[in-house]
Design a protein around this ligand. Structure first.
Ligand code: CAA
Length: 256
């Protein structure tokens, strides 16, 4: 089953979504987000699914939101883009079964945020993680400001988001950003083995654990991620963001 920019396969009780826009390192444009929404819509047609894996084709998991598309946006469009991405990621998070991010290569910005909305993250040794939005004069807009501190702790989250530093899989493991690291050639195999392990547990027990663990996120999460869209959109009023994104597209350092 294919939609623009992604493929869904079902292997027995495991769904696999592969992002397929390798020429742009699977960067999330509006079309890719629409495809993720379509994929979410189609998942209930497969009641046999007990775990889902998300991965990327080529040398990236997802290198972030599409900067070329973002650079054309004004504040109102940026707000809508951020809200749509947040809603889509939240629907992954709320799926009744565990979702595993199988992270090959780059998981930056919005790509790291999608991985954060998954329940478990497995990285290949060549994976690279980061929240480089501030280097573009932007900030995470897919609820990364809310999920990252909950997963890696406040200090690590601020460190990653304010330095725009990229870290490798071992550093990500040390921070608790990923649960396992594997050789690149074994990533899908290890992810499938973990998914199979999940499918062997009590189906309702696994659902209940996920539902209750998600409740540990406070009520404030929703309000804060809504506010994140507003603050994200506010940055589009500033020349800094224009310059940051333009510099990326023109393959040069921003002048600010
Ligand atoms: N958006 C749009 N296009 C992207 C992209 C992105 N996030 N990341 C990579 N690409 C494109 C490149 O522009 C390039 O396209 P062309 O061949 O047409 O020039 C192609 O993918 C291959 O990328 P590179 O040539 O740059 O590959 P590289 O190996 O030299 O570098 C990289 C890889 C370090 C990941 C680099 O591409 C990069 O820094 N990408 C941007 C990462 C980033 O800043 N992500 C955050 C985006 S903002 C965001 O995500 C906001 C949010 O939360 C909502």
């Amino acid at each position: 089953m294919d939609s623009p920019g992604l493929k869904i396969e079902i292997r027995e009780q495991i769904g696999i979504i592969t992002m397929k826009r390798p020429q742009a390192l699977n960067a999330l444009n509006s079309e890719a987000i629409n495809s993720l929404q379509l994929a979410l819509k189609s998942l209930p047609k497969f009641p046999e699914i007990l775990a889902l894996i998300i991965t990327g084709e080529g040398k990236a998991f997802i290198a972030g939101a599409d900067i070329k598309e973002l650079s054309e946006m004004g504040p109102a469009q940026a707000f809508n883009f951020s809200s749509k991405g947040q809603q889509t990621f939240e629907r992954f998070e709320k799926l009744p079964y565990p979702v595993i991010a199988a992270i090959n290569g780059y998981a930056l910005g919005g790509g790291c945020e999608l991985a954060l909305a998954c329940d478990i993250r497995i990285a290949s040794t060549d994976a690279k993680f980061g929240m480089p939005e501030t280097s573009l004069g932007l900030m995470p807009g897919f609820a990364g400001t809310q999920r990252l501190p909950r997963i890696v702790g406040y200090g690590n989250a601020i460190y990653l988001m304010t330095t725009a530093k990229t870290i490798n899989a071992i550093e990500a493991l040390r921070m608790g950003l990923v649960q396992e690291v594997t050789e690149p050639g074994d990533l899908l195999k290890v992810s499938l083995e973990m998914a199979q392990k999940i499918t062997k547990q009590g189906k309702y027990a696994v659902r209940a654990v996920k539902e209750m663990a998600l409740r540990s996120y406070s009520y404030d999460f929703k309000n804060s991620s809504e506010l994140e869209s507003e603050v994200f959109a506010g940055l589009f009023h500033r020349p800094e963001a224009d310059e940051g994104m333009k510099a990326f597209i023109e393959k040069r350092k921003p002048k600010w």
